[in-house]
Design a protein around this ligand. Sequence first.
Ligand SMILES: [Zn+2]
Length: 55
Amino acid sequence: MYVVCRDHLDDAIEEFVEVYEQPPDLYELDKVTFTDWTQPSRCSFCNKPPKYLVV
Ligand SMILES: [Zn+2]
């Protein structure tokens, strides 16, 4: 699972496909809420606020 900013969305998808050998599901973080999950405050690849969830 990756939480990424807009700049790193492609990187996250590439890495996901490499690791799991299937395309990920994409969610926009401001459109989903998970009750038992605290959203990370930073992108998995840099220090920007994340915008997408790649799972
Ligand atoms: Zn980033």
